[in-house]
Design a protein around this ligand. Sequence first.
Ligand code: ZN
Length: 252
Amino acid sequence: MLEKKTWKQAREELRRAKVALIPVGSIEQHGPHLPLGTDFLTAKALAEAAAEATGALCTPAIPVGLSEHHRQFWGTLWVAPEHFRGYMRGIAESLAHHGLRRVIYVNGHGGNLAALQEVCRELHLDGVYALVWQWWHAVAELEREIFPQFGSHAGEVETSMMLYLEGESVDRSALAEAAAGGPPRWGRQLFGTEVSFDTVDFSESGATGDPQRGTAEIGKRLFRAAVEQLVGLVRWLESLPEEALRPGEHKP
Ligand SMILES: [Zn+2]
C-alpha cells in the first residue's frame, strides 16, 4: 500500500510494478443494514487482494464519488462530476509521471462509471492505458447462477459481499426492514425509459431486492471469483506492448 511507504520504497515499487490499481467507491446510503462506505470498502478489498496476487501497485482508496441521487438519505456525500473527473484523472497522471502508464480504476460504485470512462478515453489520448473494472459485472454469470433475480443496490449480492468482508458493520436487525421497503430491482421504468431521478423515488428503505437472502459464504464465492477476474485483467494489461498504450496510427 502506497500510503505506508517512504518515497524510496515507493520508487522500488513504481519501478517494479507494471500496473496501478486505483480503488474508488462512494459514501452513500446502502439501505438501513449496510454501511455508507460499502462501495469503497469492497473496491479497496478487491484491489488489495489483486495487487497482492500480481505485484500491481495499489493506491489509497478514493472514498467519495458521484452519489447525488442518494441525497435524501442521511450521511451520503458526493462531489460534482467535473471535480471527480479531474481528481481521478490527476491520480492517473501522477502515476504516469512516475512511469506507470497502465491503470485500472477498481470501481465499487456504478454511479461513477460514465465519468470514469470519459477519464479513461482522455488518458488514452495521452498514452495512458486506463480501464474501469467493476466487480459485479465481472462476476455477473455467477451472480445470476446464485440469484436468478436480485437487487443491484444494497440487495442480495452487495449484502453478501459485506457480510463476508465487513460482517461486523452489517446491521442484521435491519435486514427485514431493508427488504420490505425496497423494490425488486433498481429504478422505475415506464414506457421503455427510466422515469426516476433519485433512489427515494422508488425505494423507501434505500435498498433493492431482498438482502435477507445474502450470506457471507456467497460473499466469499463472489469475492474470490471477482479477484480472479481482476488478476486476469492485470496480467492482460501487463502484457500489452508499449505502442498499444496510445491510439493507433491513422490509416494511410
Ligand atoms: Zn453499492
